[in-house]
Design a binder for this molecule. Structure first.
Ligand code: MN
Length: 339
């Protein structure tokens, strides 16, 4: 079978490898149907993901069909359509004991720390697979993982109905957060530098948009919230300056959600945090969000609605990575199609 391997940064090969086999009773063999290309796959390709090791089969946004199951597996059967939950954890450390295995001390992410889904077949423990309504399009369900990132960010921000949420950045993650915030019943303000990305956010339910290139975010947030500020600010731009801005435009008793990996410091004074009694939280990967997202997919409440812009055959995977690299303004989500 074929697998996409990144042997070292800036190199990508489609190679012939052995088909995996079930070796433990709780495992499942899955035929891959779609894999999304994520910014973090591009970081592994570019050598800018400090957590990744090489060589690596990338891909953590994965949908496929069950081929066979180990003898202890009772909740899955051949033919089931599944999405992959890409985290593996120890179950014993403090984070795991607190019910937050996404930040497990020994966390292993499928496609980052271990070989992922960009190959024709994978074997995974049944607990990392979630069954989805088989009538749904593969192009819809492959977005389950990015939606869980949005679900995690809104959960960490404790987004409630009637909250006003300000999401910085209208890239794929910003849009996934938007969809989850709208499902929660919030009013959503979004910012970006690109008019077409702001228009897409509006098409997907954003109530207000701000062009950060020619409008004052602070003034517009004040205007849209009648001076209150945004109750929850979620930063999907992830620059030192957007983190600084987050604490400024948050309302009293508000929450700032941080998703970035930038190591450069931000200059944030203590005063707004104490005076407004802000909550500042990190949001990484997801915990317990697949169930929720799969239910929403099954209920037709989550639709890609233009989020998937490009599809490439497995044989064109090198072309796909180059295209995504060279066209950041027109690619929202690109998929690799297996067949
Ligand atoms: Mn992703």
């Amino acid at each position: 079978m074929k697998a996409v391997r990144i042997p070292k940064p800036m190199e990508i090969v489609l190679e012939e490898v052995e088909k995996p086999v079930i070796s433990s009773p709780n495992e499942v063999l899955v035929k891959i149907k779609r894999v999304g290309i994520c910014g973090s796959d591009m970081h592994i390709y570019h050598g800018t993901n400090p957590l990744a090791t090489y060589p690596r089969v990338v891909g953590h946004e994965v949908a496929g069909e069950v081929v066979s199951v180990g003898e202890a597996v009772t909740n899955l059967k051949p033919g089931d359509h599944v999405v992959v939950e890409p985290i593996r954890y120890c179950g014993k450390c403090y984070a795991c004991r607190k019910g937050r295995p996404n930040v497990c001390e020994e966390l292993s992410v499928f496609g980052v720390h271990e070989d992922g889904g960009m190959r024709e077949f994978v074997v995974l423990p049944a607990k990392q697979l979630h069954t989805v309504d088989p009538s749904l399009d593969w192009d819809e369900i492959v977005l389950a993982e990015p939606y869980t990132i949005g679900a995690q960010a809104t959960w960490r921000g404790d987004v409630q109905e009637e909250d006003t949420v300000f999401i910085q950045g209208c890239g794929p993650i910003g849009i996934c957060i938007l969809k989850m915030a709208k499902i929660a019943g919030a009013t959503v303000i979004m910012s970006d530098l690109k008019a077409e990305r702001l228009a897409f956010a509006k098409d997907n339910g954003a109530d207000f948009v701000i062009n950060a290139g020619n409008q004052s975010i602070e003034e517009k947030i004040t205007e849209f919230t009648n001076g209150e500020g945004a109750n929850v600010v979620i930063d999907a731009v992830c620059l030192p300056s957007t983190f600084e801005l987050s604490t400024k435009v948050t309302s009293v008793a508000g929450t700032v959600v941080v998703l970035g990996f930038d190591e450069r410091p931000s200059q944030i004074s203590q005063l707004p945090i104490t005076k407004k009694e802000l909550t500042i939280v990190g949001s990484r990967l997801q915990t317990n969000q697949f169930k929720k997202v799969v239910s929403l997919l099954n209920e037709n409440k989550l639709k890609e609605n233009g989020l998937v812009t490009h599809k490439f055959a497995l044989s064109d995977v090198q072309k796909a990575f180059t295209f995504v690299e060279e066209n950041p303004d027109i690619v929202r989500k690109a998929l690799i199609v297996f067949d």
